[in-house]
Structure formats: C-alpha cells, structure tokens
Design a protein around this ligand. Structure first.
Ligand code: PXG
Ligand code: PLP
Length: 442
C-alpha cells in the first residue's frame, strides 16, 4: 500500500469519527477539490464517490457558490443575529419554505444537522407546552437512526456505539421504534422493500404503554442514511403519519441527507408524498461549502409560540451563527444552482442506472445485501470472522490508494453517494473500481 510522505505534525488534531492512530500511520490527505474530484497531497486526482460527506451534490467549488461566498465575506462577514438581522437570512428562509412542501412555512437556522435535530426536538417540546399540553415530553426515535451527535440527537438516535459511552446521561423519556432492516425478508430489495411496513405498528404499542398524552414527537430519517441505507418499506411512512396524526404526536423527518435532491426531489417528504410537521436539514443546504442547517416548521407549530407580550422572546433558543451572512449567501447561491441546473431532476434521471449498476453486486459471493434509493446506495459485505468492520475499512483504503476513488464504509457496508450531476460513465467506473477491490479481498 502506498504512503503519502509528509513532515506534517499530526498529533494535535483529534479527528472526528476516525480511527486516529490507524489514520496517522498512513494519512490520506487531500490538498484541493474541484468538480467531481479531489486532488490528494501526492498529486493524484481522485474521483469523489461520496459527494463530500453527502454534502456536495453539484460538485466541489461550484463557481457560482464560490463567488457568492467571496463577495459576501468582503461585504459583511457577520451580523449579530439576536435582535438584529440582515436581508439574506430572510431571503433564504423564504426560498427554503417555498421549496419545502406546502404547510412548512417557517425556518429556524442552525449550523449543522446535529444542531437542527436538537432544535427540532426543543421546538416540539415547546410547542406542546405553549398549547397547555406540557405532559407531552416523550420523544421517540428509531433503532439504527442517526440524528447527529448532540445529546438530544444521540438520545433519539439508535446507533449503539454513538450512545454507549454516554448512556447514563442520555435524555430521559425516549423510546425507539424497531429498525426496518431484515436480511431474511428483504435482502437485495430494489428501492423500497415490500416487507416491513408492519413494524411501524410498534408506535401503537408505545402509545398504549405510555398514553399519547405523554408523547411529544417521533423523529425518523425517511431513508435511513448513515447506518447503511435503509429505504422505508412500502407504506411505512404513510402509516407513520396516520398514527402520529391520530394521537396528536408531531412527526419530524430528519432530511439532513435526503434533502436537496439526493432522492430526486427537493425533500423526501415530497418524494414519498408524506407531510411531516418539521423537517431538519443541513449538508446540501449550502452544497457543503459553509456549515449551515435549518429546521422547517409547520404554520401551526410556529403559531403556537406567537402569543404573549410582543416584546417577549418567543423561543429561548438560537446559535451565535444562526443565519450567518456567509452561510446565507452560500445557501441562496446553492438554491439558485439547483434551480438553474435542474439538479433534482438530474438526480432523478440517474436513479435507474445507479440502481442497475449497484445491483450488479447482488450475486457477488461476499455481498449479503444491496440497498438503494434515489442516489443513496449500499453494498453490505459479510464480515470477516472475528473482525467486523475490517473488510469495509480495507475497501475504503484500497479504493483510495489503488483506484483513486473516495467512497465510505460504515463497518462492512460500502456506501455510495454520487453527485446529483454525475456522468453515468463515472458511476459505472466507480462500481468497476470497487468490484476490482472486492475481488482482491480476503
Ligand atoms: N441527521 C442525519 C439524518 C444525518 O445524516 C446528522 C443529522 C448530523 O449532521 P451534522 O452536520 O451534525 O454531522 C446527519 C449527518 C455517514 C455520515 O457516514 C453521515 C452523517 C455525518 C457523518 C457521516 O453516513 N450525517
Ligand atoms: N459557550 C460560551 C461561553 C458562549 O458564550 C457561547 C455563546 O455565546 C456558547 C458556548 C455557544 O456558542 P454558539 O452560540 O456558537 O453555539
């Protein structure tokens, strides 16, 4: 395996979600990014099969977004965001709510998906309280759900390793629906599995157990992403909406990954025709160029807060950088690019070939499942005896060193997140490269 020579001191930087000691023995360092490629420190041009980190749908350093950021940083670097405002935050909120399904008419800005999730959970609790329904405090997530890394997000989240170190301090009164992955009934499904909608009935069981009057909200990823792509079983989200509505429980769609064209529509809510009460977003909001997230909120939730004396703050929540001018400028330019280039339709048009290509792995002896929806895809490899995750990380590394390709693994699940404006031949080459790597694996 090749090595990049570097005299960089690597000790100080504690890298996020990274095997730090392993990485620093053989660092994979990137010097620049342009369009669909990274340039590594050693000069190699690598194809980015993950669109950044699900972030950069229209490619790296899109000239229009770069120009907007360059202009904004010189014009106004920061504007105090509490009791003061600037045009671009209002314009972006307006445009986002126009893009969102009808009914989600308000927008609260954050700086990341994790902050969006914790903000949405707080708004849910505040909403019930504002309506005199303060006993509705219970939050319900789903096993294998990823909702970022803040305390609220890991509490409703369902990824064991993200929770265990903090388990005694997770927020109280949280339950989890079962996840929908099942190798026996739904392995190698194309798109949404036919099997599994019944699993949502567990919510009725939780309502019976706790009483609806104690439950504030349910949060799910419409297509679970980080855990390894779990599309919703046919009928699942529709039924989830019905149960929540019947019991006065708010439904939050965490669309940090599924938002902004990743599944061929502005939001999963539109793709599936299911209207949640709130949507959390980040990543694609600025094409990954500047950190920014948002919570899109229904008219009736927002309205519930707009009472009391007019001079009083309605929601005691906000971040120094909520609605940051540079992020807002990046967001506005990004939405403009999506519109001008027809990015969501481009993604939709690529879906069929992406599905066909990824399902070439269905008959590979090492694959135990292949899952896809929109431009989200996963090939799940059998784990090596006694070394879960080893194969997956090896695929990531071999792709980087031997195939000039960046993809991601979650344990032994190889994940793909191609650009919304990918060239079909690049998607084909990417899978061919991964196939070569897997052939060589033990
Ligand atoms: N919700 C969802 C559904 C996400 O996918 C977050 C919240 C948190 O966003 P921030 O911006 O705080 O990271 C995410 C982020 C992966 C991977 O490998 C996915 C995410 C982050 C890092 C890695 O799939 N999703
Ligand atoms: N910690 C301290 C000491 C602060 O003063 C602030 C914000 O003023 C924060 C944390 C929160 O930072 P942010 O608003 O960027 O989330």
């Amino acid at each position: 395996m090749q090595r990049q020579s570097t005299d960089l001191s690597m000790d100080a930087y504690w890298m996020p979600f990274t095997a730090n000691r392993d990485f620093k023995k053989s660092p994979r360092l990137i010097a620049s990014a342009q369009g669909h490629h990274y340039i590594a420190n050693d000069g190699r041009k690598l194809y980015d099969g993950f669109s950044g980190l699900w972030t950069s749908g229209v490619g790296h350093c899109h000239p229009k977004i770069v120009a907007a950021v360059q202009h904004q940083v010189a014009e106004m670097d920061l504007c105090m965001g509490f009791q003061l405002g600037h045009n671009k935050a209002f314009e972006l909120a307006e445009k986002l709510t126009k893009l969102a399904p009808e009914g989600l008419e308000h927008c609260f800005f954050t700086n990341s998906g994790s902050e969006s999730v914790d903000t949405a959970l707080k708004i849910a609790l505040g909403y019930h309280r504002a309506r005199g329904d303060a006993s509705r405090t219970r939050l319900i997530g789903r096993q294998r759900g990823y909702h970022g890394v803040n305390f609220g997000g890991i509490s409703v989240g369902g990824i064991g390793p993200n929770r265990k170190m903090f388990s005694a301090n997770l927020i109280n009164g949280v339950d989890h629906l079962p996840h929908t992955h099942n190798l026996q009934h739904a392995a190698f499904s194309h798109g949404q599995p036919e099997w599994g909608a019944h699993l949502v009935e567990e919510l009725e069981t939780l309502v019976t157990l706790h009483d609806a009057s104690t439950i504030a909200a349910v949060i799910v990823e419409p297509v679970a992403g980080s855990t390894g792509i779990l599309p919703p079983p046919v009928g699942y989200l529709e039924r989830l909406r019905e149960i929540c509505t019947r019991h006065g429980i708010l439904l939050i769609f965490d669309e940090v990954i599924t938002g902004f064209g990743r599944i061929g529509a502005p939001f999963a809510a539109q793709r599936f025709g299911v209207l949640p009460d709130m949507i959390t977003v980040a990543k694609g909001l600025t094409n990954g160029v500047i950190p920014m997230g948002a919570v899109l909120v229904s008219e009736s939730i927002h309205e519930a807060f707009m009472h009391g004396p007019e001079q009083a703050v309605e929601l005691f929540h906000g971040y120094t950088y909520s609605g940051h001018p540079i992020a807002a400028a990046a967001g506005l330019a990004t939405l403009e690019v999506y519109r001008e280039e027809g990015s969501f339709d481009q993604a939709r048009a690529l879906e069929a070939m992406f599905a066909e290509e990824i399902h070439q792995f269905d008959h590979h002896s090492m694959a135990i499942d292949v899952r896809n929806f929109g431009l989200m895809g996963a090939v799940e490899l059998a784990s090596r005896d006694g070394a879960p995750g080893a194969r997956g990380l090896e695929v990531h590394k071999q792709c980087f060193w031997e195939e000039d390709l960046v993809i991601r693994n979650s344990m032994d699940i190889i994940q793909f997140s191609p650009f919304l404006n990918s060239r079909p031949e690049d998607i084909r080459s990417m899978f061919a490269a991964v196939r070569r790597v897997i052939e060589k694996l033990a």
